[in-house]
Write a protein that binds this ligand. Structure first.
Ligand code: ZN
Length: 240
């Protein structure tokens, strides 16, 4: 396994999918960054939506931590099983903490990373509230994805689903992170759903999914490089 993926597995080992936080501890983790970009993985561990336990988006926490380590972005991720869903509920600690980081460090863009199931007919799904969450940056994001071989009309894992299956609009009563950041904090944001084949080197022992699964090492590496390139491009970006 290449070093990059070994490090990914190492970082993911610190995520406790099905264990609530120890008494007095937060269910999320945060690491400071020197760049004004925030990577977020609010489903890094299992979480409850409307009282029902939902499986973790495994390796999203590990991926954003690794990309933050490489680029110097800030990173916020769910580390323990949560009694709420930060990508659904309003006024939860994860969102309050996120808002604090955005204000204190003048964050210019938030990338909210999620996991899509292996059976999905796309490699990546970009959600921008149909462009409203990042009107100025959307073209830049599409160009970075394209440079890494992911575009609309591409074959399966190279196919980009654009504001279709996961637009970040959400269902009635849902406040996605992308909506919260762009509409309440007035900072541009986008949601990125990553197919399991491009995200999971091998399923962890405490994963909710019991079937053994191994993603595509080259595809995972390419996706990590794409995320790092996205962070760097967004730092350089200036509004037209
Ligand atoms: Zn998710």
């Amino acid at each position: 396994m290449p070093d990059l993926l070994a490090r990914l597995v190492e970082l993911e080992a610190d995520i406790h999918y099905k264990t609530p936080p120890p008494a007095g501890e937060r269910d999320f983790g945060y690491a400071f960054g020197r760049l004004p970009i925030l990577l977020s993985a609010p489903h890094g561990a299992a979480h409850q939506r409307n009282g029902r336990l939902k499986a973790e988006d495994d390796f999203t926490a590990g991926m954003v931590r690794l990309v933050a380590e490489q680029t110097g972005a800030h990173v916020l991720y769910l580390r323990f099983q949560s009694s709420v869903d930060a990508n659904f509920d309003t006024s939860v600690p994860y969102k309050q903490f996120l808002a604090g980081i955005v204000r204190r460090y003048r964050i210019r863009f938030v990338i909210d990373v999620h996991g899509a199931a292996a059976y999905r007919d796309f490699g990546l799904a970009l959600g921008t509230l149909n462009s409203a969450s990042c009107p100025h940056e959307r073209a830049l994001i599409l160009s970075v994805l394209g440079q890494h071989g992911v575009r609309e009309g591409g074959p399966w894992l190279r196919r980009l689903d654009l504001d279709d299956t996961f637009s970040a609009v959400g269902v009635a009563g849902q406040e996605t992170i992308t909506r919260f950041v762009s509409q309440r904090l007035r900072v541009p944001a986008a949601q990125l759903e990553i197919n399991a084949h491009l995200r999971v080197p091998r399923r962890q022992p405490d994963a909710s999914e019991r079937d053994p699964f191994r993603g595509d090492p080259a595809g995972i590496k390419r996706t990590l490089e794409m995320l790092a390139a996205l962070v760097r491009a967004l730092v350089r970006f200036r509004k037209p």
